[in-house]
Design a protein around this ligand. Sequence first.
Ligand code: SF4
Length: 700
Amino acid sequence: MQNSEIKTTCSYCGVGCGIIVTKDATNGVMVKGDQDHPVNRGMLCSKGMNLHYVANDTSDRILYPEMRWSKSHPMERVSWDDGLDRAAAVFSSIIKKHGPDSVGFYISGQCLTEEYYLVNKLVKGFLKTNNIDTNSRLCMSSAVAGYKKTFGEDSVPIAYDDIELADTFLITGANPAWCHPILFRRLEQHREKNPKVKVIVIDPRKTDTALTADLHLQILPGSDIILYHAMAKRIIEKGYTDNNFIRKHTENFEAYKNLVLSTSLEKASQLCGISIKEIDLAVDLIGKAEGFLSLWAMGLNQSAVGVDKNTALLNISLLTGHVGKPGSGPFSLTGQPNAMGGREVGGMANLLAVHRELANPEHRQEVADFWGVDSISEKPGLTATEMFEALASGKMKAIWIICTNPMVSLPDSRRVEKALKNAKFVVVQEISHHADTAKFADLLLPAAGWLEKDGTMTNSERRISYLPKGINAPGEALADIEILTRFAKKMGFTGFNFNTAEEVYKEYCQMTKNTNIDISYLNYNRLKYEGTFQWPVPDYGHPGTPRLFTDRKFYTPSQKAIFNLPATIENTSEKPNDKFPFILTTGRIRDQWHTMTKTGKVSRLLSHIPNPLLEINPIDAFKTGIENGDVVVISSKNGDVRVKANVTDTIKEGVVFLPMHWGKQLENDLNRANNLTNTLVDPISKEPDFKYTAVAVKKY
Ligand code: SF4
């Protein structure tokens, strides 16, 4: 590392905290929060402040390419050239024999923007398939679809600085105290200084976030839409609507009004498990707010009706006119550090770069022209779960997996295992041997990790930051940009003469010109020397855009925001029954990140919750003869999990909770929550229904 310290960004969640990295006496790195950073102002959460352990400990790292010549051969060390020659030969031959849609790429919201851009160019522009999807499909795709339906484009309108300007917060389907801790800390500090600030939390669990709330609505999983409709009905009846905003800046209000006014409060109360009085309390807080922020995450997104949950919540902001003004707006909490950067460059099977639509022929041609290729396929690519279904059925033959661990993170792990075993050729581009997916690789490629390469990321408030390279990657590991560029050249593709990430970024920035996410005047020098910017940045002197829609002009054809009606107000998940009487919901714990390939090797982080526990309500525990600490078997129609029980009244009766992090490499496959999860997805966003699986629980 040059000089004494460098400024970078945390590689974990979408909050995007600034970090200062220095070298210690033994040449390892140390981290501390960046006092000057506009996001965290020096603070870091437990995960961020232990990032140096991850960077310094290379004991689990994949150090050189490994390959096997057939499924019956052992893996053996090969050179980069031999590995990538084989990858090019196998991909070419499969495409020749079975067509371009017989291959696919599955990537990650942890990839840097340049990597995301390059792999999309490679796959959509040159391999001629749209089979490229990302684990952001498991995280934000319902929110993306909700924003597009409501505002016309995938656009988070707020800035984090709106936290300090708001007086009422609705946190729903999210636990930021654990999962977005620095943002929650900012909210807590704001409340400490302003006792009038009120927080409403909607969650089936009494999370650390819910325990601090002024009002906690302990909802039954899956009943969010009818709750928002009941709230909307009372907002209208109590006269809390912003009629001027609705009249001038929205569409479809009358249809929405008729729908919500027909909602029976008694039925809503019964379905949600929330009293009418509690609904009214929430409505009064929202109705009297000067600044109203709604914050949500996976509780809404990871659902068979995730998009409808999102639009039903967005409608509350429209109804009360809380969009595009200080301290107000809807704010989706992004899970991964660069999920938003990935969306910007079209990192999903149904998207094209710069928020262009795959379904739009003009957009396809614009992108094709920019990349110097004849056309982009009009056929929508397979989404994350669809790709694994296609591998399992033999429709897809080869997959290239970058920086993600589907063996632990996708629903129904047994189906994923079948898919990976059935695939003719699996490439895994990874940093850690601890990734469960790595053992299915026919070609294992060592990738550089955080601090070992440079590039950019965009956080949850559209803030772009530059992450410099600070240390060398171990062994023969290469930056993902270099791996992909070498592969593209071996495939004989032109348009990949990039020597640096900066060159890739320049190309992408040019592509954004005159769009709603214009950053054509942004570059590495500005990011290095002026700091972070919120897009759009459409001019040299432009300081970035903290808040969207301040002119109340939206990205729809009419420039009005749209009140969307749900396809159904009922949750379409498979309901509990006599055989599987409980609702399983899965999620994160405070000190672990995704599938633990990084945080799982930090003993300090493991000490918080060292093993997965099943949260079960005391009444349910009593009925099933389970005591705290008993080993229990949880079963669904897809598989089993065996862990200890945590009998706690923080979880609603009839609901059980398991953390999603553990996989087989770290413990055993009976710890893996996704053995149980169902395979339903939202019909629009294709986001899996992780928050609602019918299960049985019994003492082991
Ligand atoms: Fe990193 Fe998120 Fe923690 Fe900030 S809040 S330090 S970005 S994990």
